[in-house]
Design a protein around this ligand. Sequence first.
Ligand code: HEC
Length: 115
Amino acid sequence: MKSKTIATSLLLALGSLFYSSIASSAVDADAAQALAKKEGCLKCHGIDKPKEAKSFKEIASKLKGKDADAKLLEHLTTGPKVKLQDGSEEDHKMLKTKDKAEIDNLIAWLRAQAK
Ligand code: HEC
């Protein structure tokens, strides 16, 4: 009787571990898009189509397999100089949010746009 209870609670614990690792690795696309909109990213970047800047699809495809997470994080937190379609240059927008989970989710979503 006792060992069955222990086995059951072990199974339950394993189950919730498994569940939470899935939940934290899945991209929440709606939240990422809402953040991109709130931060003003979509004014310059279309998801599939270029605007003032390249589309996220093109950017993600270019960065594929090249340490994309680190590059994206650096790009979005250091404000490097970029050239707009009209040839003018400006410092790239930096993320206003400092919420690590929100930033990680945005980066995972950006990476997932690759062709
Ligand atoms: C004022 C316009 C503008 C805004 C707003 C903007 N970007 Fe950009 N972004 C650019 C330009 C210009 C480039 C340079 C590449 C290009 O020509 O598209 C760029 C490049 C990038 C890159 C490519 C980095 C690389 O290593 O090649 C990423 C990723 C990116 N932007 C994401 C974002 C995100 C996320 C936001 C919102 C926080 C954002 N951008 C807001 C204009 C903008």
